[in-house]
Design a binder for this molecule. Structure first.
Ligand code: GLN
Length: 559
């Protein structure tokens, strides 16, 4: 049998950033998967950092951690959610990694005296990285390669050159270029403008890449005359100019692409001959997201509340958990510094649940601790993640166990009560990149816990990203209290989950559940947290209803 040829789909972006290349690539991936193909996706990031692990979330958004512990771009989160497939370090390639490999090789003398250059040495290494996932998994039918950045950037040029060469080496039906661009609507002229797209495609063609399909982000459907014009100027058949209109939820994007015939065009060109995709379950899921029965208000109290991308996976997890509970989750973003200054009551009095996400650094921590006290005392459902769990430990130690100066060693080295301390294997670690406790680890659950009720199994496996942990010297402090350690590492040493008993739902984990939530399979902790929030909201409504009834009766009796 001849060797199976893996097909490559190269996705580039033009005009402006933030058009949603990650979601476009993931959506196409889903459509191909639903046609029965074995799909993989690679994100190429042109920055010089080896990975985003050391970048400020304000600049880069969330750092998405994989099972194997790699710290990657948040687009990998979209890939995993849409394809329901675990990615590995080979799915994210950065300029930093490419140069790191080439320079190490040069130092070893592997280039035998040659002058090491962008072409061919850097481009060859990029090509090797792009080929690696299919090489490791020969069953791969298609690899989607998303090139980060915008065409015209200096940084992304070696990547574009590498994919041009890859296409040149292969038969025309083995590769396809898809370009995502913007067609803005100029309200004052009452017109849609094609010039930015023309320029961006021109820039691509100058470096030898002719896109086959143009995905045009627009507010309104493109009419035939605009598509013809774009096609003519960009050397693309007008039928391959696709309107990528704004939709209500990102999970609707693949359905829209399918209606526009995008996957059909790609499959025809690549000679991928399976029939149309079966999207029934996906359609049902989208309908449930769009037509909820309930509505709950969840507060997220954190440091980066002004940059939603810093909490991308958490936001998506709430959509999944809402869908399974027939609820729309309205997120209320509260700055932890505001809570500290103005009090929790001012911001949290009408919420149905509180989430404290992961984080680093002391800023805002007191506000987080205060908001946890508020929801614990007022029986409002609570989910804490990583730093959120550490804050829950500090709060209970301070306000219930009476250790007024309990805190985390992360913030003060000289502490009387470091209830959270540095993990032993982190001592002496000086390099910041890739040195935390990262990736998937197992944990065992106490059968008598809300966590066990959520998961339904005793052994779980979740992703981590932290340096600090619950200090076992303080286990005795919590014994006999309502504060339970309900999830432990298999050797019983590391506290993975804490809960407060006699509270409707108070659970916090050292791991990051948001990294494993999927649209068709919400994470058990998020699902039950939203379930508890819906119950809390309905109870509140009923109480308000009864009170209104009683007030009316009283008034009638008086008159
Ligand atoms: N800063 C804390 C630690 O390193 C929590 C990390 C997190 O929330 N991801 O342990």
């Amino acid at each position: 049998m001849p060797e199976k040829k893996t097909k490559y789909i190269f996705v580039t972006g033009g005009v402006v950033s933030a058009l949603g290349k990650g979601i476009a690539s993931a959506s196409l991936g889903l459509l191909l998967k639903k046609r029965g193909f074995n799909v993989d996706i690679i994100k190429c990031d042109p920055y010089i950092n080896v990975d985003p692990g050391t970048m400020n979330p304000f600049q880069h958004g969330e750092v998405y951690v994989l099972d194997d512990g790699s710290e990657t771009d948040l687009d990998l989160g979209h890939y995993e959610r849409f394809l329901d497939k675990s990615m590995t370090k080979d799915n994210n390639v950065t300029t930093g990694q490419v140069y790191h490999t080439v320079i190490s090789r040069e130092r070893r003398g592997d280039y035998l005296g040659a002058t090491v250059q962008v072409i061919p040495h850097i481009t060859n290494e990029i090509i090797d990285c792009i080929k690696r996932p299919a090489k490791n998994n020969p069953d791969t039918d298609v690899v989607i390669v998303e090139i980060g950045g915008t065409v015209g950037d200096i940084e992304s040029q070696p990547f574009l050159e590498a994919i041009r060469q890859m296409a040149l080496e292969r038969d025309p039906e083995d590769t396809i270029f898809v370009h995502l661009t913007l067609v803005p609507y100029i309200a004052t002229a009452g017109e849609m403008k094609t010039k930015p797209t023309q320029h961006s495609v021109k820039a691509l063609r100058e470096i030898g890449i002719q896109p086959k399909v143009l995905l045009c982000r627009t507010a309104k459907q493109l009419d035939d005359s605009i598509r013809k014009k774009i096609g003519l100027f960009c050397n693309v058949p007008s039928s391959h100019v696709i309107s990528a209109i704004d939709v209500e939820t990102i999970y609707e994007v693949p359905l829209h692409y399918n209606k526009e015939g995008f996957d059909e065009i790609v499959c025809k060109h690549l000679e991928l001959l399976n029939g149309p995709p079966d999207l029934t379950d996906w359609e049902e899921m989208v309908q449930k997201i769009k037509h909820p029965t309930h509505r709950v208000k969840i507060a997220i109290c954190g440091k980066y509340v002004y940059l939603k991308d810093a909490y991308k996976s958490i936001i998506e997890s709430f959509i999944h958990a809402g869908e399974e509970n027939h609820a729309r989750v309205d997120l209320i973003w509260v700055s932890s510094e505001d809570i500290k200054q103005k009090g929790a009551d001012k911001f949290l009095s009408d919420i149905d649940g509180l989430l404290i996400p992961g984080g680093f650094g002391e800023r805002g921590v007191e506000g987080k601790i205060e908001s946890i006290r508020y929801v614990r005392e007022n029986n409002i459902p609570f989910l804490g993640i990583c730093l959120g769990m550490q804050c829950a430990v500090i709060e209970y130690a301070r306000n219930v166990c009476g250790l007024k100066d309990a805190h985390s060693y992360e913030f003060y080295a000289d502490l009387k009560h470091p209830v959270i301390h540095l993990m032993a294997d982190q001592e002496g670690v000086t390099n910041l990149g890739g040195t935390m406790r990262l990736g998937v680890y197992k944990a065992n659950l106490d059968k008598n816990s809300k966590a066990y009720k959520a998961y339904g199994v005793e052994e779980i496996s979740e992703r981590h990203r932290h340096r600090y942990e619950f200090n076992n010297a303080y286990r005795e402090l919590f014994e006999g209290t309502d504060f339970k350690l309900t999830g432990m590492s298999p050797d019983g040493r590391l506290v993975e989950i804490v809960e407060v008993d006699k509270h409707p739902w108070f659970v916090a984990s050292q791991f990051h559940p948001e990294l494993k939530s999927r649209p068709t399979r919400a994470h058990p902790l998020f699902r039950d947290f939203i379930g508890a929030s819906v119950a809390y909201m309905l109870k509140k409504k009923e109480a308000a209803h009864n009170k209104a009834d009683n007030d009316l009766k009283e008034r009638q009796e008086v008159s």
